[in-house]
Design a protein around this ligand. Structure first.
Ligand code: HEC
Length: 197
């Protein structure tokens, strides 16, 4: 998402009467635009878009074509196998594009039970956040951390098994450390990081 787009969304939110209150503010929305918008709200807005796109791809593309209509599979090696990219791969491709465009935020999909060990948490806030969203269904986690001398606002959101395709694929995967996922279980989390200075 471009900075401009975030500004438009922020302006819309402010216009709709959301107050800035006492929360931490994103510096990009600086002094000109009223009181600015709290970082938590920025993260929540970004997450709403990510989660919606991820759910739509899983339900309307992967689950429909693979599990219901049995037309095409989703596969890690989608190029070689002429298959659909996995939902997690789609998510990462988007995150990589964003990283090429802007340093104003970054995001990733992680889990305490990762199929791909690269997706295990690395920082203490990531670990605490993933554990919190798994133990407290329906709640998000918000923290701050300093990485490489820079301060970040880090939000963690539960990644839920919204479709039977999530569960069947993970439980059957050769590398999975967990085989008892059920529909609606928290399978991991989306981590969104916003620089604070
Ligand atoms: C067809 C198989 C398949 C489907 C469907 C699928 N996943 Fe995955 N998922 C994977 C694989 C394989 C990875 C690792 C991919 C990578 O990192 O390149 C992964 C990665 C993840 C991760 C990051 C942690 C990890 O396990 O590596 C989470 C969280 C996750 N998936 C949750 C879900 C949810 C929730 C759904 C449904 C919305 C879903 N997955 C659908 C196979 C699948």
């Amino acid at each position: 998402m471009k900075r401009q787009t975030v500004r438009v969304a922020a302006a819309a939110l402010l216009a709709s009467g959301v107050t800035a209150a006492t929360a931490v503010h994103a510096q990009w929305f600086g002094s000109k635009e009223s009181k600015g918008i709290p970082l938590q709200q920025v993260a929540d807005m970004l997450h709403a878009v990510m989660e919606s796109d991820r759910t739509v791809y899983t339900q309307r593309v992967v689950n429909r074509l693979q599990n219901e209509e049995k037309v095409i599979q989703a596969d890690e090696h989608f190029m070689d196998k002429k298959a659909l990219p996995l939902p997690a791969q789609m998510f990462r491709f988007g995150a990589e594009k964003v990283a090429e465009k802007t340093k104003s935020f970054s995001y990733s999909l992680l889990s305490l039970w990762p199929v791909n060990k690269q997706n295990a948490p690395r920082t203490a806030v990531e670990k605490d956040g993933l554990k919190f969203v798994a133990d407290n269904k329906g709640k998000n986690y918000y923290g701050e951390e300093t990485l490489g001398g820079k301060k970040y606002y880090t939000a963690v959101y539960a990644d839920v098994a919204v479709s039977p395709a999530c569960v069947s694929c993970h439980n059957a995967h050769a590398e999975t450390p967990r085989t008892d996922f059920k529909l609606d279980d928290v399978m991991g989390g989306v981590v969104i990081r916003l620089p604070m200075n």
